[in-house]
Ligand binder design. Structure first.
Ligand SMILES: Cc1cc2nc3c(=O)[nH]c(=O)nc-3n(C[C@H](O)[C@H](O)[C@H](O)COP(=O)(O)O)c2cc1C
Length: 297
């Protein structure tokens, strides 16, 4: 059994990419029931009772393993969240958006495993030095929060990191089907993390407008939108296209705070739909178990 399967404890080395704006126990359970690692997105979770309820709902729906994502720099509640998760029997979490240095002692103390998300090789090496159990390496094609600066594709980043760290590597970004899954494993990753493809799945609570934006997105259909010193990969819609052509200061035009509302309402003029470049490969809305079955076939 691979080290990653030992850490996440499920049938396939496939992790649900957490999406902060979509926190849905049914979807997490659907991923776990299909043999992958369902993931509760707790990056912005402040209501601890609501988290306990979500965890209990997942456990009512599946007895298979699931995890949770904590965004390190975004949330002062991470230690309390870890205690809730450990109490519920969660064995592994992913951590992102911050240095793993301070949170990993708590993860270890609770007997859990932790996978740190890294957007660049240097960060993966630092995380491995801190003692994380695995790194989730996320190339520039990925959906979600990015940097504003130079970035690398997974085709280069995965083998680079595999050569530099001793811990197992999970590839995040650009994977929605069998070809990408196999490519990631061929590049040296032991597993994959899937964001956009599950976001556009049948069980996803994302708005229909959000899913349709993904289905309609072509290979040059996304950019890293600069937001407050970071980047967020979004789908280019007519308004964003006009702003790009006019050379507008996108940082002034959009505020990341409005993203969850915009994505829920399908109001992409308020904030463009978040998604990865892999949107270009997603042509229909499918059940999660079909996406996973096709991937591992
Ligand atoms: C809209 C959106 C929101 C995301 N939010 C989070 C988050 O809250 N925490 C996190 O660690 N990753 C987040 N991600 C990244 C995903 O978990 C995953 O790593 C990424 O989407 C993988 O790339 P893919 O979209 O090509 O599959 C987000 C991704 C998207 C598309």
């Amino acid at each position: 059994m691979s080290q990653i399967l030992e850490i996440i404890g499920c049938k396939y080395p496939i992790i649900q990419g957490p999406i902060g704006a979509l926190n849905n126990p049914k979807m997490v359970a659907a991923v776990s029931e299909a043999g992958a690692f369902g993931m509760l997105a707790l990056g912005y979770a402040t209501d601890l009772e609501a988290v306990k309820t979500s965890v209990a709902q997942i456990k009512d729906l599946t007895d298979k393993p699931f995890g949770a994502n904590l965004m390190i720099a975004m949330n002062p509640n991470n230690e309390a969240l870890l205690e809730i998760l450990a109490e519920a029997g969660v064995k592994a979490v992913t951590t992102s958006a911050g240095s793993p240095k301070r949170i990993y002692p708590k993860i270890k103390e609770l007997g859990m495993k932790g996978l740190q998300v890294a957007l660049a090789a240097a960060h993966a090496v630092k995380a491995a030095d801190v003692g994380v159990d695995a790194v989730v390496v996320s190339g520039t094609e990925s959906g979600g929060l990015r940097t504003n600066g130079p970035e690398c594709t997974n085709m280069i980043l995965i083998p680079t990191v595999c050569d530099m760290v001793d811990v197992p590597v999970v590839a995040a970004g650009g994977i929605s089907e069998r070809r990408g899954y196999r490519a990631a494993l061929a590049l040296g990753a032991q597993g994959v993390q899937i964001g956009t493809a599950f976001l556009a799945s049948e069980e996803s609570p994302a708005s229909q407008a959000w899913k349709e934006a993904i289905l309609g997105c072509g290979d040059a259909g996304t950019i890293r939108l600069p937001v407050g010193g970071m980047g967020m990969r979004t789908i280019i819609n007519p308004k964003l296209s006009e702003l790009l052509a006019a050379g507008a200061d996108l940082n002034q035009e959009y505020n990341l705070m409005y993203a969850p509302q915009a994505w829920t309402d399908g109001d992409f003029d308020l904030f463009p739909a978040g998604a990865g470049q892999v949107s270009a490969l997603i042509k229909e809305i499918k059940p999660i178990k079909d996406i996973i079955a096709e991937m591992v076939a």
